[in-house]
Design a protein around this ligand. Structure first.
Ligand code: PLP
Length: 395
């Protein structure tokens, strides 16, 4: 089959709910992709942050192969070594919480929202989220998502959601009352354009939640597993949340999500209150355990910090050459390049030259390379972007 044939198969049989780039990917190898014609692509946005330690990391592949031959799935009527071990690894790297496993970021957030409603003592129901947030596409998480374009055509939405401008302390205080069950935000907004929460904002959320018996939920679906240079995004701040959710990079490419809650809060989810058939199966957990181990054995948190700084410096140098770059921001390997014009054409032109980057909120180019990225790869990526920008007129 050639690319045209695959595209026409999609035309005929796959629902067209994604805007796709016209390439068929057949192989991923660390920071490289290969398309159907054998062309190589340097991947600075691997799997939308899923392949956080590169495509097909050998340790993850080996763990999957070994686990697949032993036990793929057993229902949660039983115990497994893998699920227990993964929960322990995650808990020890965060705030000592207990885990519930599911299969995606949206499901992890659903679990957190259900937990908040169920746990809060006075039947509190309001969920405060931020404008420009992204929390998923299920009914509750799409409602939590503070972007009206995601809501269009899906009303009526579940009740009880309140939106506040991100990082606006006054607005948050204004929105708070004793009916609030939870505040849910991303420590660094991803789809919203790589915006970090300020330390004061995080502290205010913590204080208001404590004062009103509400839960502080951090959506770490994108910021988890070292993306920002620490295990979790909240670890850049002084506050400790009650609940975090994770997915994307957790399974190294296998579908897995998790919610972690403080043990006394987690106790509210008694049998019958929540479940997921596939959640935490042995294959997904074995892959995730291998991700944690690879990050530690290969010192990838250090590399994420070093390469994150290096990439931001390199990109900041480009800014000197091209006024279309307004500024570069981000933490670790979660990097946004604020443009003064739309970036979609830049993404396409980079891809033609063998570089994959992403653009969000129309004008924010995103570099989110894997934690295994090298300075040579960053140099090459920046050189391609340089070439594209040098051509000018990118709209
Ligand atoms: C991607 C993402 C989600 C949704 O995850 P899915 O696995 O697509 O359901 C939720 N929150 C954040 C912050 C994300 O980046």
């Amino acid at each position: 089959m050639n690319t045209q044939e695959v595209l026409s198969m999609f035309d005929d049989y796959v629902i067209a709910n994604y805007g796709r780039l016209p390439k068929v990917i057949t192989k991923g190898e660390n920071n490289k992709l290969f398309d159907l014609e054998g062309n190589e692509i340097l991947d600075m946005f691997p799997g939308w942050a899923v392949s956080g330690i590169g495509h097909c990391h050998p340790k993850v592949v080996k763990a999957i192969q070994q686990q697949a031959a032993k036990l793929l799935h057993i229902d949660n009527t039983f115990y497994t070594v893998e699920q227990g071990k993964l929960a322990k690894l995650l808990s020890e790297r965060a705030f000592g919480g207990k885990c519930f496993f599911c299969n995606s970021g949206a499901e992890a957030n659903e679990a957190a929202l259900k937990l908040a409603r169920r746990h809060t003592p006075r039947q509190q129901y309001k969920i405060i989220t931020a404008e420009k947030s992204f929390h998923g596409r299920t009914f509750a998480t799409l409602t939590a998502t503070g972007q009206s374009k995601c809501h269009e055509g899906f009303q009526p939405l579940p009740a009880g959601f309140v939106y506040v401008p991100f990082n606006d302390i006054d607005a948050l205080q204004e929105a708070f009352d004793d009916e609030v069950a939870a505040v849910m935000i991303e420590p660094i907004q991803g789809e919203g354009g790589v915006h970090e929460a300020t330390p004061e904002y995080m502290q205010t959320i913590r204080d208001l939640c404590d004062a009103n018996g509400a839960l502080m939920i951090l959506d770490e679906v994108q910021t988890c597993m070292g993306r920002t240079g620490r295990w979790f995004g909240y670890q850049h701040y002084e506050v400790v949340p009650d609940v975090i959710t994770m997915a994307k990079a957790l399974g190294g490419g296998v579908a897995v999500g998790a919610m972690m809650a403080r043990p006394d809060i987690a106790a509210s989810l008694v049998p019958g209150t929540h479940a997921s058939t596939f959640g935490g199966n042995s294959l997904a957990c074995a892959a995730s355990i291998a991700v944690v181990e690879a990050i530690e054995e290969d010192n990838l948190l250090d590399n994420a910090n070093v390469m994150g700084r290096y990439t931001r410096e390199k990109l900041a140098q480009l800014k000197e050459k091209y006024p279309i770059i307004d500024h570069v921001r981000g933490k670790g390997l979660m990097i946004g390049i604020q443009l003064t014009m739309p970036g979609a054409a830049i993404v396409s032109r980079c891809l033609e030259k063998g570089l994959r980057v992403n653009c969000t909120q129309e004008t924010v180019l995103r570099f989110m390379p894997s934690m295994t990225v090298t300075s040579e790869e960053v140099d090459r990526a920046v050189a391609i972007l340089d070439e594209v920008l040098a051509q000018g007129e990118t709209s």
